[in-house]
Design a protein around this ligand. Structure first.
Ligand code: G1P
Length: 289
């Protein structure tokens, strides 16, 4: 088993971030100097993926424009002798082969993933949610790919979340001891359970490697929570699934505190020493006021 393709769903509304997301995809929200989805594509590339499919929808054209070649801008930067900036702009278009398909109606994550069927075919694939940045030493997707190839099974990244937040996530039910092995079997999942019914506080983070069996299961899955076709409902029907606890930081850019936190944390750890210092000073000043 070899994972070469990645699918990035980026078709959902960013309702928690309105009005910013009224005319702009939430996946284009900047974190420092890059839009969120660029971090996601870069994670896929640094995980050994050479083919990316982005699931878009109405109002998401800015995503395609971002990864496209920009002749006018390149020409202008070239003429102005701004070679550093020119290189940065060129790098984006050269990152990887990106394909697009549009989800016609917003019927949930499961429905969005079904749009990948034709492109992915009969291969396992990595799935990375386009509004979630994961910062970790080893790219999260690379770790999942390695385990999926070793076990020849679907593998999901999971993270312990505060119990009062379980109802915002897909949650895992783990039979054995999570600490006994780094990539452990998961018995079941439940999408957005009320706290009292949640089997654990191990939540699906938005990074998956899935076997192609998922497509048939999605076709058979009925609408679930929120009247949407839920990916989690198809995952629970897979013959076997494993989980890996996330070692790194996850930022769900669709909500304002997480987006702010991503900017601050990443500015403080950025290679640019001047930027670290400037941000540290701003925070210090605010705290002193
Ligand atoms: C989706 C998935 C959920 C997962 C979450 C991670 O939910 O359905 O299982 O835990 O992403 O962010 P959404 O956030 O789209 O409601």
């Amino acid at each position: 088993m070899q994972v070469n393709k990645a699918v990035i769903p980026a078709a959902g509304f960013g309702t928690r971030f309105l009005p910013v997301t009224k005319a702009q995809p939430k996946e284009m929200m900047p974190v420092l100097d890059k839009p969120t989805i660029q971090y996601v594509v870069e994670e896929a590339v640094s995980s050994g993926i050479d083919d990316v499919l982005i699931i878009t929808g109405r109002g998401k054209q800015a995503i395609e424009a971002h990864f496209d070649k920009s002749y006018e801008l390149e020409e202008e930067l070239k003429n102005a002798g701004k070679t550093d900036r020119l290189d940065r702009v060129r790098e984006i278009a050269d990152l990887v082969d990106i394909h697009y398909v549009r989800q016609k109606e917003r019927n949930g994550l499961g429905d969005a993933v079904l749009y990948a069927r034709k492109h992915v075919g009969d291969e396992p694939f990595a799935l990375l949610l386009g509004d979630t940045i994961i910062e970790s030493e080893m790219p999260c997707t690379r770790e999942l790919v390695q385990y999926a190839e070793e076990y020849e099974e679907s593998v999901l990244s999971l993270e312990r979340v505060p119990w009062e937040r379980v109802e915002s996530y897909g949650v895992a039910e783990v039979g054995g001891d999570v600490d006994s092995e780094p990539c452990f079997p998961v018995e079941d999942f439940v999408e957005k359970p009320p706290r009292e019914e949640a089997p654990s506080n191990l939540a699906i983070t938005g990074r998956y490697v899935l076997t192609p069996e998922i497509f048939d299961l999605l076709e058979e899955t009925e609408k679930g929570v929120g009247g949407e076709l839920q990916l989690t409902d198809a995952i629970r029907a897979l013959s076997s699934v494993r989980g890996v606890e996330l070692s790194g930081d996850r930022f769900d850019i669709g909500n304002i505190p997480d987006w702010l936190k991503a900017n601050i944390e990443m500015a403080l750890t950025h290679d640019d020493g001047e930027m670290n210092e400037a941000v540290r000073q701003i925070i210090q000043e605010q705290l002193n006021e």
